[in-house]
Design a protein around this ligand. Structure first.
Ligand SMILES: Nc1ncnc2c1ncn2[C@@H]1O[C@H](COP(=O)(O)OP(=O)(O)O)[C@@H](O)[C@H]1O
Ligand SMILES: [Mg+2]
Length: 259
């Protein structure tokens, strides 16, 4: 069965404020796609909408469709979406800091009906992150940022997804840690799980994904094979040249003008 994600002409608003405008994005079955964009571009809004948690922020899909494996998932509850095979690692990780690593990981399996398979998945996650077994009885809030991000990825994998969405995996982490996390995404992807990496860090995202989209003030302004975008001068200037502050100011101005 195909488990492609197909987003077509999606628009989303928070009250009167538009956050996404006619966004169309495809993640093929088993693919590795990234969505790049500066702060405020609408990346997290996209993740919330796919995952069915937009309503928690009083956001609303005003048009467009989201299909997964050919099925319209835009009206499903988040639990059904997870059961259907889409798990996401939220921006800022959102672990329960006072629960142990083991407990946090098991939370990711809350939507599973095959309770007997949960321990097996847990040992698969521990195989993938050999740093975690010695930490499994530690409080998650006491771990380093990189370790916490591993727990967050592991928690999503506990749902046994066919599509893993990561919102800003790289945020606040040292480059070497980010590199290791993306190497793990490669491995997860090679094992057949499709990956959608939402990233401000264009350099790392373009190195690992096969296809990428750039989001600016809620709109897709550029898309193409990641290898081509890496060579693209505009992408280099806008997304890989540092200059993040200028870029953010520019985005803020564009947003004001569009209102
Ligand atoms: N809960 C919310 N209520 C109102 N506006 C929001 C909310 N969340 C995000 N926005 C607005 O939507 C736009 C996109 O935000 P977001 O999706 O968080 O972008 P990104 O993840 O790319 O930084 C921004 O202008 C932001 O201020
Ligand atoms: Mg965000």
């Amino acid at each position: 069965m195909s488990n492609a994600l197909s987003i077509d002409e999606l628009s989303v608003s928070y009250g009167p404020i538009p956050a996404l405008k006619n966004v169309s994005i495809e993640v093929p079955n088993g693919g590795f796609v990234s969505v790049l964009g500066a702060n405020g571009a609408g990346k997290t809004t996209l993740v919330r909408t796919i995952s069915g948690v937009l309503y928690l922020q009083k956001g609303k899909r005003t048009s467009g469709s989201i299909k997964f494996g050919g099925e319209d998932i835009s009206k499903l509850k988040s639990r059904s979406i997870v059961r259907g095979g889409i798990a996401h690692v939220p921006e800022g990780r959102m672990l329960f800091p006072h629960l142990t690593v083991d407990e946090n990981l098991r939370c990711g399996a809350a939507s599973r009906r095959d309770t007997s398979g949960i321990s097996e998945t847990l040992s698969e996650v521990f195989d993938l992150f050999p740093q975690l077994p010695p930490l499994q009885h530690q409080q998650a809030g006491l771990l380093s940022g990189g370790e916490q991000q591993m727990v967050a990825v592991g928690r999503a994998l506990m749902a046994k997804p066919s599509l893993l969405i990561c919102d800003e995996l790289s945020l606040g982490l040292a480059p070497l840690i980010v590199r290791d996390l993306f190497l793990l995404l490669d491995r997860i992807n090679q094992e057949g799980v499709a990956v959608l990496a939402i990233e401000q860090n264009a350099r790392i995202a373009l190195r690992h994904s096969k296809y990428a989209y750039a989001l600016e003030v809620g709109e897709v302004v550029l898309e193409g094979p990641s290898a081509e975008l890496r060579e693209n001068q505009e992408v280099q200037d806008l997304y890989m040249g540092g200059g993040g502050d200028i870029r953010e100011a520019y985005t803020a101005i564009r947003r004001e003008v569009n209102r």
